[in-house]
Design a protein around this ligand. Structure first.
Ligand code: AMP
Length: 298
């Protein structure tokens, strides 16, 4: 397997101006895996409660995601609910119930420990550090975080930044982390250790900064935005899935990876939860990549 993702597996309740869904499959690891698995082999590590029906994870199996690292434990599955503003640029979290996701300490199998690419999707920074401790051999570890964790785990986050290769956050998280605008924030975060920082800016695209270079990409302009939930995770899935498939991380590969991230995220937002990602094909991804290249040419 090429990419291991560790993060939340959720039942999400989502309200957008386009509709409402209750307890649909979501979670940071799920959105990442549904995206990355279109481009490379992915293993997902996390926990679900005894209340999650076995067939709920079927879309991941159908995508070929290795679910050996998903523990089924006594208790309830992680639940999250959120509501989007009328222009869908602002999200309000209505409820977070960590349940088994809060208690379960992720343990990686021998095979997962030697993966070349690791994505620490949104989750407890304490657990993210524990996963880093288990990795063996050379690897590219990239992490995400969110307001929920930034508020309570500053020290653990700083330790993580000194150990991971890359950080992917959105612009409001970058501001929360550093107290400054997104470009200065990338510098601050780079100074804490990682070699690459990507700040996602929703409908305004993303900025990638490394020690040597800066790369800016717009969002792919889709008119079909129905539910932005998981856009950030599917963006990261596109980035990591492409890098894993390429098998190398070079400046040119990184740029293309970010373009895959933008394209995968644009599909994700076209349906509620993972609805659009379930049926998405590699051919559709490549067609949109070609279209994106044409749009960006000047
Ligand atoms: P995104 O829209 O990319 O920020 O990701 C949304 C996903 O993150 C949803 O499917 C949620 O289930 C999940 N999520 C929400 N809050 C948390 C949290 N505190 N820790 C981990 N995952 C979360």
């Amino acid at each position: 397997m090429d990419v291991v993702v560790v993060g939340s597996i959720a039942l999400d309740t989502i309200d957008t101006p386009h509709g409402h869904v209750r307890e649909t499959l979501g979670g940071s690891a799920v959105h990442f895996a549904m995206s990355a698995a279109l481009l490379s082999d992915v293993a997902m590590v996390g926990a679900v409660g005894a209340d999650m029906p076995e067939e709920t994870l079927e879309p991941l199996r159908q995508r070929g995601v290795d679910l050996d690292g998903v523990a089924r434990t006594a208790g309830k599955t992680f639940r999250w609910s959120g509501r989007y503003s009328s222009d869908m640029n602002v999200r309000e979290t209505l409820a977070v119930e960590l349940n088994v996701f809060g208690d379960h300490v992720p343990e990686l199998s021998q095979a997962h420990r030697s993966a070349k690419f690791l994505f620490l999707a949104n989750g407890s920074p304490v657990h993210q550090l524990h996963v880093m401790d288990q990795m063996s051999g050379p690897h590219f570890a990239v992490m995400d975080t969110m307001d929920h964790w930034i508020a309570s785990h500053q020290n653990e986050l700083k330790r993580l930044f000194s150990r991971v290769w890359g950080v992917v956050v959105n612009d409001s998280e970058a501001r929360l982390l550093t107290g400054t605008d997104h470009l200065r924030a990338t510098r601050h975060i780079l100074e804490m250790g990682p070699q690459c920082v990507i700040v996602k800016k929703g409908e305004h695209g993303a900025v990638m900064v490394t020690g040597e270079a800066i790369f800016v990409i717009p969002a792919y302009p889709t008119m079909e935005v129905r539910d932005p939930t998981g856009a950030g995770d599917s963006f990261a899935g596109g980035v990591m899935g492409y890098l894993a498939q390429a098998g190398e991380v070079t400046p040119a590969r990184l740029r293309r990876a970010v373009a895959y991230g933008a394209v995968l995220a644009s599909f994700n937002v076209e349906g509620f939860g993972i609805e659009r990602m379930r049926t998405l094909t590699r051919e559709e991804v490549e067609e949109r990549m070609d279209e994106f290249r044409r749009i960006l040419e000047f």
